[in-house]
Design a protein around this ligand. Structure first.
Ligand code: B12
Ligand code: SF4
Length: 500
C-alpha cells in the first residue's frame, strides 16, 4: 500500500502552533494508511526532508494545507519541484487558499486535486479510490480537472458532526515533533495550546473567506469533548493556556457556559473569537462565568463604526456602530478585554468617499478607546475574497480588481502581502489612503501598546505611550518615524500578522 506525506508549509517564524489543519487530515487516514508529517515551521530545510521521504519510493500521495500569504511561499515552489522530480506522485491541496482560488491552483498543472472545504471524509475516500482504481467522481468536496481539461466541482457535503470525527493523533505528532515546542509562551500562559473546537460560521459577511468555504454553516464539538481533549494535552504536555482558533467560538451560549463550568477548575487562561451582536445577547451571569473560567480576551470583528459600511460588509445579524461602543463599555464590568478588529479601505463611489470612510473609522476607534481604553485594536486593510454573488464582491470587480492569473504570481512580493491585509492591490485605495491607515495604526500602537506583546516591559510601554501621546492627542499621524524606530528597535509584535 502506498504511503501519504502530509505537509504543513511554514506559516510563522516563532510561536508555532499545533498544525491543526493537517492534523485533521492525518486523523482521517490514521487507521487506514501509513502517513508522515513534515511541518515547515519546525524544519530548517523542509524540502530536503520531503525529498528524503519521497526518495524511498514508498510515498505516492502528497497532501498540502495552504492558507493564503506565507504558506503559499513554500507550497507553490515545492509542489512544482516535487512534480518535476517525482512525477508519479499525486498532489492534493486543501485549506482556505485552494478552496477559494481553485482555478489558478488546478491550472498550474502540478496540483492534481483540490479538497473543497472539509477534507475529513473527502481525503480518505479519494485515497481509497486512487489506491484501488475506483471512480472518484462521486466523492463530495472535490475539485479536479477531467480528461477534457474542464474543471469539475463535486457537490458539497453537509458539515460533519464534529464529535464523530477521530481524535487528533497527538502522540504520533509528538514522535515527529515534540509537542512541548508547539505550546508557546504567550500573554495567556507559559504553554499555550491552539485548539479548534468548531468549523465554519453561521454568518455571511461579504469580506470573509470563511463564507465561500462553509456557506453559513457551523458545527461544533460538544463542551465535554473539547474539555476532554484539552485536559489530555494539559495532563500529557503541561498546557496551561488555550487559544481557540475557531472562526466563531462563542456561537452557542449554552456550549460556552457548559465549557466554562468544565474548564474553570483547571485554572487555564483562554482566548477565542466571537461576534459582538451574538455575545451582546449573553446573560450577565454567562459573561461573568466566562471570565471566572479563565477567558481573558475575546476577539471581535467590529469591522467599522459606520452603519452603512456594516451593511455593505453584510455583517448580518444586528451589529451597529452604537452597539460596538456600548458593548465595549459593557465588557468593562466583567474584566473581559475586547479585541476589536476593523477593516478599513472598503470601496466607495468616489475617492473622497473612500477617504471619508477611513477618517470616520479612525475617529470611531478613538471613541472606542476613550470608552474602554483596554480594548485592543486590530487594523486590517480590506483585501477582497471571492464571495461570488455578494454585492461587495460585484462592486470590487466593477472597480477593476483582478486576482493573479497564475499560481506563481501569488508569490511575487506585492501579492504575498495582499492576504496579510496590509498592502492590498485594490484600485480604489490611493497611496495617501494606505499611508493614513498605516500611520494611524503606528501612532495608536504606540499610544496603546498591545497587551499581547510579552517582551514589552512597563518602561518601554511608558516611553512609547508618552512619545506617541504627543501625536495622538492632537490627531496628527503623518510620518511617525520616531514611533516606528522604537517599534523596530523593540521588535513590536503585531497580533494581526504574528498571530492574533
Ligand atoms: C491557526 C491560523 C493561523 C496560524 C498558523 C498556524 C500554523 N499552521 O502554524 C497563524 C496565526 C500563524 C496564522 C496566520 C495568518 N493567517 Co491564519 N488562520 C488560522 C486559523 C485561525 C485556524 C486554522 C486551523 O487550524 N483550522 C482548523 C482546521 C481543522 O480547519 P481548516 O484549516 O479549515 O481545515 C479543514 C479544511 O480546510 C481542509 N483542509 C485544510 N488543509 C488541508 C490539507 C489537505 C491535504 C486536505 C485534503 C484538506 C485540508 O480539511 C480540514 C479539516 O476539515 C484560520 C481560521 C480557521 N478557524 O480555520 C485562519 C485563517 C486560515 N488565516 C487566515 C489568514 C489570512 C492568515 C494570514 C495570512 C493573515 C492574517 N492577517 O491573519 C496570517 C499570516 C501571518 C504570517 N505568518 O505572516 C485566513 C484565510 C483567509 C483567506 N483569505 O483565505 C483565515 C481563514 C482567518 C480568517 N477568518 O480570515 N493563521
Ligand atoms: S462572523 Fe466572522 S467568521 Fe463569521 S462570516 Fe462574519 S467575519 Fe466571517
Amino acid at each position: 500500500m502506498n504511503k501519504i506525506l502530509l505537509f504543513n508549509p511554514r506559516s510563522a517564524f516563532s510561536k508555532y502552533r499545533i498544525p491543526n489543519s493537517i492534523m485533521n487530515i492525518a486523523a482521517s487516514v490514521e487507521s487506514m494508511y501509513d502517513w508522515v508529517i513534515v511541518d515547515g515551521n519546525r524544519e530548517a530545510d523542509p524540502y530536503k526532508k520531503i525529498c528524503s521521504y519521497l526518495a524511498t519510493g514508498e510515498f505516492k500521495y502528497i497532501g498540502i494545507t495552504v492558507m493564503p500569504g506565507p504558506q503559499t511561499k513554500e507550497a507553490i515552489p515545492f509542489s512544482k519541484k516535487i512534480k518535476e522530480e517525482f512525477p508519479s506522485t499525486t498532489m492534493i491541496w486543501g485549506g482556505y487558499f485552494p478552496t477559494n482560488h481553485y482555478k489558478v491552483v488546478l491550472n498550474s498543472g502540478y496540483v492534481d486535486f483540490v479538497i473543497n472545504g472539509p477534507g475529513d471524509h473527502a481525503f480518505p475516500k479519494l485515497i481509497d479510490a486512487l489506491e484501488n482504481n475506483k471512480p472518484y467522481e462521486l466523492i463530495k468536496n472535490l475539485i479536479y480537472k477531467n480528461t477534457n481539461g474542464a474543471i469539475v466541482k463535486t457537490p458539497k457535503q453537509d458539515l460533519i458532526e464534529q464529535d464523530t470525527l477521530p481524535d487528533l493523533p497527538y502522540n504520533k505528532l509528538n514522535a515527529f515533533y515534540p509537542i512541548e515546542k508547539y505550546l508557546g509562551k504567550t500573554y495567556l500562559g507559559e504553554k499555550t495550546v491552539a485548539y479548534h473546537s468548531s468549523i465554519g460560521c453561521p454568518f455571511t459577511c461579504s469580506f470573509c473567506a470563511v463564507v465561500p468555504t462553509y456557506e453559513a454553516r457551523w458545527k461544533a464539538k460538544s463542551a465535554p469533548h473539547v474539555y476532554r481533549d484539552i485536559k489530555y494535552i494539559k495532563d500529557n504536555w503541561g498546557a496551561d493556556a488555550i487559544e481557540f482558533h475557531d472562526n466563531n467560538f462563542f456561537v452557542s451560549e449554552k456550549r460556552t457556559v457548559e465549557f466554562s463550568k468544565l474548564i474553570r477548575p483547571e485554572k487555564m487562561n483562554w482566548w477565542g473569537m466571537a461576534r459582538i451582536d451574538t455575545m451582546d445577547k449573553f446573560k450577565d451571569e454567562s459573561l461573568a462565568l466566562i471570565r471566572e473560567a479563565g477567558c481573558k480576551i475575546i476577539f471581535f470583528g467590529a469591522e467599522s463604526g459606520n452603519d452603512k459600511i456594516l451593511k455593505q460588509l453584510d455583517k448580518g445579524g444586528a451589529q451597529t456602530g452604537d452597539q460596538i461602543l456600548q458593548f465595549a463599555e459593557r465588557l468593562k464590568k466583567f474584566d473581559l478585554i475586547p479585541e476589536y478588529s476593523f477593516v478599513l479601505g472598503t470601496p466607495a463611489p468616489t475617492p473622497e468617499e473612500v477617504m471619508d470612510q477611513i477618517d470616520f473609522d479612525i475617529n470611531f476607534i478613538r471613541k472606542v478607546k476613550s470608552i474602554n481604553p483596554k480594548t485592543e485594536i486590530i487594523l486590517y486593510t480590506y483585501s477582497p475574497v471571492p464571495t461570488e454573488g455578494s454585492e461587495l464582491y460585484n462592486e470590487v470587480l466593477k472597480a477593476g480588481f483582478e486576482y493573479p492569473k497564475t499560481l506563481e504570481d501569488w508569490i511575487n512580493p506585492q501579492w504575498e502581502k495582499f492576504d496579510l491585509r496590509k498592502n492590498p492591490l485594490t484600485p480604489w485605495l490611493t497611496a495617501e489612503m494606505i499611508d493614513k491607515i498605516r500611520n494611524f495604526e503606528t501612532v495608536l500602537n504606540g499610544y496603546y501598546p498591545t497587551v499581547s506583546d510579552i517582551r514589552l516591559n512597563m518602561l518601554k510601554r511608558k516611553v512609547l505611550h508618552a512619545i506617541a501621546g504627543l501625536r495622538y492627542k492632537i490627531n496628527w499621524y503623518k510620518h511617525p518615524y520616531e514611533i516606528k524606530a522604537l517599534h523596530r528597535l523593540w521588535k513590536y509584535r503585531q497580533p494581526e500578522i504574528q498571530g492574533f
